[in-house]
Design a protein around this ligand. Structure first.
Ligand SMILES: C[S@@+](CC[C@H](N)C(=O)[O-])C[C@H]1O[C@@H](n2cnc3c(N)ncnc32)[C@H](O)[C@@H]1O
Length: 282
């Protein structure tokens, strides 16, 4: 079987499920993964016969795509801020909107222009903490998660991307002490009310860790309240909180933070949605 033939067979299998522009891009990624050929080589090698092992790989990857498995979990890696992060079923796939939160923190740190101590709460793959450390090498970074499995992934990413980070296994809701005071706390916490699960794409709800996504319907701001409570004790004077938020929870979080004695401002992402909040104690 040649590359041309396997492309036709994958298209036949997946074209009802995945629209054609996305499918072409996914196929390019898969072919590169299986054969090692870049996009130019994929054209040159179009009539080259594939090995049996390569054909088996194509078959198992396309079956996984047919079953809605995200390409990032199939390949075990995701791109974030120009770097490749290992991902598996224990961590959220890093999202582009989170890159905008990091840019806001980095801009703030550049204005302050001194070494800061930063804490990332709910670190998952470690994408926020590691990207911040890369952008702010003079700052020190700690990263917390409740999930030991997620922390294993984050530690692996920190090692392969050569960043030094202090990892903490902790439940921010129930364990409210921290090892030290921080100048900046940043978090992309779980924030999707569980009732929204029914309307979510199978790719997300069937594969991404539930613990990373969902909060109770009756208390969707539970993480923001818990983090703000911890911040009252462990945020340094003039310290800042940075949050990623659900686009329709902005007003409610601003009100919560105001009631908890924080000044807060909201920021839109590049799609014009309320996606980030920055807060400091009044
Ligand atoms: C939305 S994910 C964010 C992951 C990563 N920071 C990112 O932006 O891609 C939320 C993370 O919070 C962690 N988490 C959930 N409950 C937690 C808790 N009670 N205490 C600490 N971390 C928690 C999850 O394991 C998950 O890694």
């Amino acid at each position: 079987m040649t590359l041309a033939e396997i492309k036709i067979s994958i298209k036949q299998l997946l074209s009802k499920k995945i629209e054609s522009i996305e499918l072409n891009s996914l196929m390019g990624i898969l072919i590169e993964e299986v054969t090692g050929w870049n996009r130019v080589q994929q054209v040159v090698e179009i009539n080259t016969p594939l090995t049996e092992a390569q054909i088996n790989n194509f078959n198992s990857y396309s079956t996984a795509l047919l079953n809605d498995k995200p390409i990032q979990y199939i390949l075990g890696k995701a791109w974030f801020m120009g770097r490749s992060f290992m991902v598996n079923e224990h961590v959220l796939i890093p999202r582009p909107e989170t890159e905008e939160l990091i840019e806001w923190v980095v801009d703030y740190a550049h204005i302050i222009a001194k070494p800061l101590q930063l804490l990332d709460i709910g670190t998952g793959s470690g994408c926020i903490a590691i990207s911040l450390k890369k952008a702010l090498p003079n700052c020190s970074l700690s990263a917390m998660d409740i999930s030991a499995e997620a922390l294993t992934v984050a530690k692996n990413n920190a090692a392969s991307l050569e960043t030094s980070i202090e990892f903490i296994e902790q439940d921010i809701i129930h364990q409210t002490t921290l090892p030290q005071v921080f100048d900046v706390m940043v978090s992309n916490p779980p924030y999707i009310p569980i009732r929204e699960k029914i309307n979510m794409e199978a790719q997300v709800k069937n594969y991404e860790p539930l613990i990373a996504l969902f909060v109770p319907n009756e208390d969707p701001l539970v993480f923001y309240r818990a983090i703000a409570q911890v911040a009252k004790k462990y945020l340094a004077p003039r310290g800042q909180l940075f949050f990623e938020i659900h686009y329709d929870q902005g007003k409610a979080i601003l009100q919560l933070l105001d009631e908890m004695n924080f000044h807060a401002e909201i920021r839109r992402d590049s799609f014009g949605k309320n996606r980030m909040i920055r807060a400091s104690l009044k």
